[in-house]
Write a protein that binds this ligand. Sequence first.
Ligand code: CO
Length: 138
Amino acid sequence: MLKKLDHIGIAVADLAETIAKYRNITGKEAAEKERIEEQKVSTAFFSIGETRLELLQGTQSDSPIAKFVARQGEGVHHLCFEVTDLRAEKKKMAQCGLRFIENIPETGAGGSKVAFIHPKSTGGVLIELVEYPDGSDA
Ligand code: CO
């Protein structure tokens, strides 16, 4: 079962520049910044209530985020829902015929485990599922 909308991922060309924009939009500082080598991204989070915005910049030209920005420009990239048991959720969804993006490392920000449902299975939206190591992002 999905627990909640954890974050909305936004692909950007210049993380520092976009952090400045979202500082103005949210009136807050970026909560966490992290470079995830396995995913070839640098990220920054802004918390708004229970949900966060995840700004993502590709760290290499062959990064999926860099390719996304090159292909269709900056903008909303994915929705992420928190789950309690990623493996069980993936299995259940796969049995329903949902396709996952393969060849993506399971390691997400903050030691979390992640998986991505292919946009072709969801009506055009890339959906990330995240399981936090302590069962909570609090
Ligand atoms: Co995400």
